[in-house]
Design a protein around this ligand. Structure first.
Ligand code: SF4
Ligand code: SF4
Length: 215
């Protein structure tokens, strides 16, 4: 899931300077779960912007803002309200903002900061688990990602700073390579650690990423 959080209101107001009428857009998927861009946050934003002297021409929570066709279709259903607005404030991840902005000549303001691809620990608590490296090594590491969880991104065992199973950058945290060792040992697969993972092929992380699935 894409983890995002709302920008400070002062930053949003500054981006909306000169735009008296605003149309609000949320996303019913990740941004809703992050409590950053769902129905409730759209309503709260409407209150805050109205108090700041803005006129809200309307709002919508798109089912999946990163889906370009769906985003375009949903916005067409609110065509008049969108046209009345001087700016569209989008409470969705960066992909959602770009879906919206690609389909309108209107000024588009990003209301969220997109943080990382994460897992939900429990409601309202997220953890970064994958850095989208394009070359997954989880099979070798017992399903724990050192690329993301190790602050140094080490691929072949712990650094010299590991202390009694704890990370040198945060003594409260377990070293990810200690965790990997424990996990592999519990699965009777500790011999995997004898293999050396080759240096990462960073060309797989080249931007912009593109993938066409032809099935
Ligand atoms: S190795 Fe880690 S960063 Fe790379 S794809 Fe797998 S989980 Fe994501
Ligand atoms: S102690 Fe472990 S998790 Fe921390 S930086 Fe070193 S290898 Fe990475």
């Amino acid at each position: 899931m894409i983890i995002s959080k709302q920008k400070p209101l002062s930053e949003i107001l500054s981006a909306l300077e000169g735009s008296a009428r605003v149309f609000l857009i949320g996303c019913a998927k990740c941004a809703t779960v992050c409590k950053a861009g769902g129905e409730e946050e759209i309503w709260q934003m409407q209150e805050a912007l109205t108090a700041a002297g803005k006129e809200i021409t309307g709002s919508i929570v798109i089912d999946e803002a990163c889906h370009m066709l769906r985003s375009g279709r949903d916005l067409r259903s609110k065509k008049e309200m969108v046209e009345e607005a001087d700016a569209l404030l989008v409470l969705a991840c960066g992909a959602g903002v770009q879906s919206v902005s690609s389909g309108t000549p209107k000024k588009t303001v990003a209301g969220l900061d997109t943080l990382f691809l994460g897992n939900i620990r429990r409601f309202g608590q997220f953890e970064q688990k994958c850095s989208l490296c394009g070359e997954c090594i989880l099979t070798e590491t017992g399903g724990i990602c050192p690329v993301t969880v190790c602050p140094k991104g080490l691929l072949n065992g712990p650094c010299g700073g590991m202390d009694n199973g704890h990370c040198e950058t945060d003594p409260e945290a377990e070293c990810v390579w200690y965790q990997i060792h424990e996990r592999l040992q519990s699965r009777g697969a500790v011999e995997k650690l004898r293999r050396t993972v080759p240096p990462k092929d960073f060309s797989r992380m080249l931007k912009p990423g593109k993938l066409k699935i032809e099935k």
